[in-house]
Design a protein around this ligand. Structure first.
Ligand code: NCD
Length: 404
């Protein structure tokens, strides 16, 4: 089998493919954001909270480490990664999964002209899950088809988890983004919003609802090639009454992809596009209207020579945060960024980091809990997690940090 064998499957609509990546109502492979349902997202957020709470004590951490101590993971990251790689590794360690990595294909047999699919099949011989990042947008999906084909032949087949596919999708980043939004608008987590602040907010913003529903989200930067945005908007479209603002420079490559736009409109999302953070809507500055701001960097590594000079000529100051701009935002509106931020362009200058709305470092840490929850789901040990949690917080009469 080689990659061309799977070509015809790639162009099918996401909902057709999604069934093939599930087993008995549970995800087997995680390839794109459209595989998640609202119900699954809610469950994963609860589980991420449970893992976080259990990890606070030595007993809880030891118990968690026994959950999947019989499993091994391959982290196959042939594209640069800091947060996704490390948070998946940390998530594996939390659950006792042994990790191994291949980051540089020149150290693997691909140098001896081994095909990428042969490499993947070899990884599946030694490991129980393959978490991967590739610059090829379809590669993870093809690997999932390979695993399905092996399963059909009753051979060894392991889950494939997409940790970033070219400029296409980054479903687990979107999962941690939803988890961060969910927690921010829970208002009952001390590190996100002290209780006194919550009461103050509820007084000032009487119609502010809990969770991601009924909110205005703004995305700013490289929306055409930012895979985190492409995946997150798919997940946000599952929530009620969301309004999405897209703020991108006037350049075809940087603006929201027409297909993504069409899908969102079809899903009933209220969507508006702007060419500056200072734009207004009905005479009101958009910065004053948004409940959550998602900043992104310009993905220069994807530029062609022509794009390089065209994009260099753009005035990017309209897509940078300043303390003045942040001052105009609602006092609770979180500022998210998948990171890395560009230290030259400075779409978020470091002086914003002190602002209580700067959520990007917590967002990155949330990746660890959200990805651990996803692994618990993939390896079907959800009931064991609940048992651990009940034993730790209910049987000893301790107040449960998270009501279920
Ligand atoms: C993002 C990525 O790799 O797509 N980073 C991440 O995974 N946290 C965003 C980016 O590279 O701009």
């Amino acid at each position: 089998m080689d990659l061309t064998d799977f070509e015809w499957r790639l162009t099918r609509p996401a909902r057709m493919k999604a069934n093939e990546f599930e087993r008995e109502g549970r995800l087997k492979h995680v390839i794109f954001a459209q595989q998640f349902t609202r119900q699954l997202l809610d469950k994963l957020c609860v589980m991420a909270d449970m893992i976080r709470e259990l990890s606070r004590s030595k007993q809880g951490s030891d118990d968690l480490r026994r959950l999947l101590s019989h499993k091994r993971a391959m982290l196959y990251f042939t594209q640069p990664s800091t947060r996704t790689f490390l948070s998946f590794m940390a998530a594996c360690q939390i659950l006792g999964i042994t990790c191994n990595e291949v980051r540089d294909p020149s150290t693997s047999s691909e140098m001896k002209r081994e095909s990428p699919l042969d490499s993947i099949r070899m990884f599946s011989s030694y490991f129980d899950v393959i978490i991967m990042r590739s610059k090829l947008p379809d590669f993870a999906e093809c690997c999932a088809y390979l695993m399905n084909e092996l399963e059909r032949q009753e051979r060894r087949s392991v889950p494939i988890v997409n940790g970033g596919a070219g400029t296409d999708q980054h479903p687990t980043q979107a999962l941690l983004d939803i988890y961060t939004i969910q927690r921010t608008f829970q208002f009952d987590h001390r590190e996100h919003a002290p209780r006194s602040r919550f009461h103050d907010l509820r007084r000032r913003y009487t119609d502010l609802s809990l969770g991601p529903d009924r909110k205005v989200y703004a995305f700013c930067g490289d929306l055409g090639r930012g895979r985190t945005v492409r995946s997150l908007v798919e997940l946000l479209s599952l929530f009620e009454d969301v309004t999405l603002y897209f703020i991108a420079p006037e350049h075809e490559t940087l603006k929201l992809d027409v297909d993504v736009r069409a899908r969102l409109v079809k899903a009933g999302v209220d969507l508006h596009e702007f060419d500056s953070l200072d734009a207004t809507i009905d005479g009101v500055p958009i910065l004053e209207k948004i409940d959550c701001l998602y900043m992104t960097r310009i993905q220069r590594e994807h530029n062609s020579a022509q794009q390089e000079s065209e994009i260099a000529a753009l005035d990017l100051s309209h897509f940078r945060l300043t303390t003045d701009r942040v001052a105009r935002m609602k006092s609770y509106a979180p500022i998210l960024h998948p990171f890395p931020r560009d230290s030259v362009v400075q779409e978020i200058p470091t002086e914003i980091d002190q602002d209580p709305r700067a959520m990007y470092f917590r967002q990155a840490r949330n990746g660890m809990w959200a990805r651990a929850a996803l692994l618990v789901h993939l390896f079907d040990v959800v009931d064991d997690l609940y048992l651990l949690y009940d034993r730790a917080f209910k049987e000893h009469g301790e107040p449960s940090p998270r009501g279920r």
